[in-house]
Every structure is written in C-alpha cells, then in structure tokens.
Design a protein around this ligand. Sequence first.
Ligand SMILES: [Ca+2]
Length: 173
Amino acid sequence: MSCPTIVRNPQANNVVHCLLIVLSFALFACDLHSPHGKNSNKSSLVGEWKNTYMKVTMESFRNSDSTKIIEVDESNWEEKLKAKTVRTFFREDGTYNSEHRDLNDSIFYNPAGKWRIEGDSLYMTDTFPEKGISYTYWLQVNDSIAEFRGLEDFDQDGNIDDQYIGRQRRQRN
Ligand SMILES: [Ca+2]
C-alpha cells in the first residue's frame, strides 16, 4: 500500500501527515498472528470508533541506520499530529468512512469504502476519494476496544518494514 497523500501531493511528504491519512487506522497485517483474544466477527466492529492510541516503528528510517518511532495516545494526539482523533464508522451494509478533522474540527479527509472480516483479518478497500486502495489489518476486538496491527511502508523507503499498532474505542453501536 502506498500513502495516497504523498502520491497525490508531493508537498505533503511528511510522515506524520501520511500516517494520519492512511490510517489512523492503520494497518495491516500480513504476517502477524493473534496469540490471544477472541475471534473478530462482523457484528463486533459495526458502529462508531475513535482512535485512542497509535505506535509506528520505522526501522532503517528512510534507509538510514536510525529507527524512528511515533507513539501517541489521547493525551498528546492533537499536539503531536495537529489533528483530532479519527472517527471511523463501520456500517452493517459493509461500508465505512473515516472522518479526519483538523484542530478547528473541519474535515480535511474522509475516505470511504467497503470492509469485510475474514478470520482475524480486516480488509478495507477505498472507493473514495480513490478507488481500489486496499488495506489489510490484523484485528482484535475486545468489547469496546479494537486493536489493529500490521506492517507498512510508512516512511516510503520502498520496504514494507514499518510496524503499526493502533487502538480504537467504540463510541456507539
Ligand atoms: Ca519502510
């Protein structure tokens, strides 16, 4: 997966910005497994969710010998990311959208698409603003907290080696 913001707007070549856009939600689970927790199913995710935590570990950041880590929770999300926590709506009909709001509470990005769960993986495919961008997350839902994990190329260095952990809290069913 690439970061659509960076692809469309080279001036937005900013890792934090990219993180917000693509995921707040983030990602993606290719080879990560759930050693614990109950199986996720569709009904467990239907509702409104809000980000509470995100950690991205970028080893060999942009092909350097250093590691960059971005870690935010509800106490410092706005200060560090210059945006509100993201609100995501998973609907029973298999559609979703994720509202990204700035500190003035104006929506600056609101991707929408289709979602489905298979086993402990969540598959999301955007239909707006670009069609066909897909994400896969390892998902675990325990009542009101959902955790997403995966690997991605956040620093856009060509290697899918950046680890993502994100948690969201259910706002309503
Ligand atoms: Ca990378």
